[in-house]
Every structure is written in C-alpha cells, then in structure tokens.
Design a binder for this molecule. Structure first.
Ligand SMILES: NC(=O)c1ccc[n+]([C@@H]2O[C@H](COP(=O)([O-])OP(=O)(O)OC[C@H]3O[C@@H](n4cnc5c(N)ncnc54)[C@H](OP(=O)(O)O)[C@@H]3O)[C@@H](O)[C@H]2O)c1
Length: 406
C-alpha cells in the first residue's frame, strides 16, 4: 500500500474535520428546530401564567389547550381529577390538557381555592390572568347562584388577593335580556367584576355554541324531520376553538380590557329554518320539518309554577325554571350583527359538514331533557311529526341523562 504524502494527509484531515463540523452544525440546527416546533406545539410556557376555572367544560377544555398553545404556563382547575384521568375521561378529553398543570380543587371551596391560587403565585411569581369558563350545569336557581355567581366570585377574590393582573369571564349574550335565574346570577357577578379596580377584565358574551345547534344531526341522518318551535328564531353561533382563541387573546389584547364583548361566529344571523336547511345539505337528505306551538311551554311552566307555589316545593320550582329556559332558547335570538362582533374562521356549514362525516361527541349538558324533552318525544310520536325543539332542546336519546345546558 502506498503511503500518503503529508500534504494529502493534511488535506484529508481538514476535509474530515470540515465534514464533522458540518454534521455538528446540521445536528444543532435540527435540535433547535425540533425544540422550536415542540415549543410552538406545546406552548413555550414563557408568555406568562394563566389559571383556568371550569377547565373540564365544553369551552374550558378548549381554553386550556389554546392557553398552552399560545405559550402561557397554564393551570387548569378541575374538581375531580378522575374526570379526565379515568379511561372514559381520557377518551373524552384526549389531548386537551397536554402541557397544562392540572390542579384538583373545588372552586366552591373558597378557602382551598385561595390556598391553591396563592401557591401558584408563590411558585410562578405573577398570575397574568384568571379565566373563568364556569357554568352551572343545570341553570336552576340554587346552582346558578352557587356557580355562576359565588364560585366565580371566589375565583375573582383569590385572583385579587394574589395580585393577578386580569380576569376573563365567559358569560353569555342572553344576559342582555335577563328572564332566568342563571342570567341574573351571571349579571350579579359581572357587576362585581366591573365594580372592582384591582384587576383588568374582559367579559365575553357569546351568542350560541356550535354544540347547541348540532344536536339534531343524528336524527336527520336517520331520515327524521328537523324539529323547531319557531322558524324565525335566529343565531350566529360560534365554534368552540374560535371562542377559545378569542378568550385567550383577551389577555394580551389591551383593546379588549375593561370591556363587555359580545361575540358571534362569522356567519350572518341564520333562522332556525336556515340552520335546518344547512344541516339537511350536510347529511344529503330532503328537508322536512316538524313544528310544535311555543304555547306548550307556557302550559307546562304555568302548571309547574302553580304547583311549586302551592306546595312550596323546590323541585317543582326547578322544573318550571327548566321550562322557562327551554322556552327562552326556543324564541329568543342569539345574534351579533356588528362586524367587530362576528368572529372566527369556522362557519356553521363547515361544522355541520365535518360532524356529518366524523360524528360528534355527545354533550349531555347542552341538552334540554326531562319534561321538555319528553314533551318533544311524545309529541312527535303522537302527532305524526308535529314536534319541535329549540337550540337547547335536542333529540330524545338523552332523556335519562342530565337536565339542561345553557
Ligand atoms: N351553550 C351555549 O350555547 C352557550 C352560549 C353562550 C354562552 N354560554 C355560556 O358559556 C359558559 C360555559 O359553557 P359550557 O357549555 O362550556 O359549560 P359546561 O360545559 O357546562 O362547563 C361548566 C364548567 O363549570 C364547572 N362546574 C359546574 N358546576 C360546578 C360545581 N358545582 N363545582 C365546580 N365546578 C363546576 C364544570 O365542572 P365539572 O366538569 O366538574 O362539572 C365545568 O368545568 C356558560 O356560562 C354558558 O352560560 C353558553
């Protein structure tokens, strides 16, 4: 074998060194890119700290994911860890809590909540925002005042005690015409939030959620009719992910501070009939509609309220309130019209098209059930399709489940 000359050997070594250096540079670039990618996917956790109450809710879980995605160190408050960690919980919640710190606390327990928020402040230094996506699950009086008012106030107080900078409240547009207990409870909290001057706030009042107008999809797929009380009741609902983005953007966007922000989706207001047409297009079926007189609510509500008054009975009072909630959603518009109040990228038709293909997760809390669902079911069977529903009145498979979602 011929020995290499010294200059050849030196050149070979230089090439080898250059090649190793290049490999090292490529490796570092790859590592940096991977890190950047995972930071952007998971959130870099360096934007600040958010605490999200009601994190297991329909919007709450999306707010958690969005907060992490935007780079906030995110603390998700949940009252029962099993709810997300059980087998069923994992199936339901999937990756919504990835990258967030889950803290088990009942927001109704003021003392423990204060302790938790204080610990977060001690370890993290400063809390940028407390975001409340809390909501009473039923809407009945006692629960509304316990959750929509008192538990949300507990979150505000704990934030104030710990010098949090900002509070985002997920409220509802329907509080503009408050006829129901949960609306009055929400307004009472909104007033408390606006009366204090320690934290900046953003009160977001959405129209309707997509889930609230999607409940009839399966029955249409089965060839049944679209149910409604009033053709003309209008809404421009908003997608869960769009609303979550809006909520979390409120933290850094000073133009949304100390404001009440009405918010609908990007569609123009659509009547119930138009929403039905859209849904039929998505499932490729011939439209057919069934209607029931709104008066059926009044009959039930009046009877239940009369019995509640005579017997001083809270359960009957609650049943009457559920009737009032059902009627409210059957007849009241949930609409924004100002361009600044129409937000998001996902239209209702796109949403219907997607769930028609992929299916949708059933949310028992969205659905008006119990007596009113029963009326709807019986009505349809007995009246040859003459049955109706409102945004919150959904098909009848859920009769045995929860009461009402609003
Ligand atoms: N549905 C609509 O179309 C619509 C439209 C506009 C505005 N809104 C408003 O948007 C808000 C959020 O609605 P959503 O559908 O996302 O709510 P949701 O799914 O019903 O979630 C409610 C959250 O509050 C928590 N919570 C309820 N009761 C509690 C209690 N006793 N103790 C501790 N936590 C409790 C729940 O925790 P658990 O999981 O442990 O129960 C859950 O995290 C509500 O204020 C609603 O009025 C709704």
């Amino acid at each position: 074998m011929r020995a290499r000359r010294p200059e050849q050997e030196a050149s070979r070594r230089r090439r080898a060194e250059a090649s190793s250096l290049l490999s090292a540079v490529v490796l570092v670039i790859c590592l940096v890119q991977t890190q950047a990618l995972s930071m952007s996917l998971m959130g870099s956790n360096n934007k600040g700290v958010t605490v999200i109450a009601g994190a297991t809710g329909y919007i709450g879980k999306s707010a958690v994911r969005e907060s992490v995605r935007q780079g906030y160190k995110t603390f998700a408050l949940i009252r029962d860890r099993k709810k997300i960690e059980s087998k069923e919980g994992k199936r339901l919640y999937g990756d919504y809590f990835d990258g967030a710190q889950v803290v088990e606390v009942d927001v109704a327990d003021e003392e423990r909540l204060l302790q938790v928020i204080s610990e977060i402040k001690e370890t993290e230094g400063e809390i940028d925002s407390v975001v409340s996506c809390l909501a009473s699950r039923s809407g009945i009086k006692r629960e509304a005042y316990n959750i929509d008012y008192q538990a949300t106030l507990n979150c505000l107080n704990a934030g104030m005690e710990n010098d949090a900078k900002h509070f985002v409240l997920l409220s509802a547009i329907c509080v503009r015409k408050p006829l129901l207990h949960f609306q009055r409870a929400k307004l009472k909290f909104e007033a408390a939030l606006q009366a204090q001057d320690k934290l900046k706030y953003s009160i977001v009042r959405p129209t309707a959620f997509f889930k609230s107008v999607s409940g009839q999809l399966e029955r249409l797929q089965e060839g049944k009719s679209f149910l409604m009380f009033q053709d003309s009741t209008r809404a421009n609902p908003i997608a869960e992910s769009d609303l979550a983005t809006y909520l979390i953007d409120c933290i850094a966007d000073e133009s949304r501070h100390n404001k009440v922000l009405n918010l609908g989706g990007p569609d123009k207001a659509m009547t119930k009939l138009e929403q039905g047409e859209m849904m039929f297009r998505s499932v490729s079926k011939e439209p057919k509609y069934s209607r029931l007189p709104v008066g059926i609510f009044d009959v039930s509500i009046n009877a239940l309220q009369w019995l509640a008054d005579v017997f001083q009975n809270e359960s009957l009072e609650n049943a009457a309130e559920l009737g009032r909630i059902g009627k409210y959603y059957a007849v009241e518009d949930m609409v924004t019209t100002e361009p600044t109040e129409m937000y998001g990228t996902i239209t209702l038709q796109e949403h219907f098209d997607r769930i028609a293909k992929e299916g949708q997760e059933y949310d028992p809390y969205t659905t008006m059930t119990g007596i009113i669902g029963l009326i709807g079911k019986d009505g349809e069977e007995q009246n040859n399709g003459a049955v109706s529903t409102s945004d919150s009145l959904q098909p009848t498979s859920i009769l045995e489940k929860e009461t009402v979602g609003v």
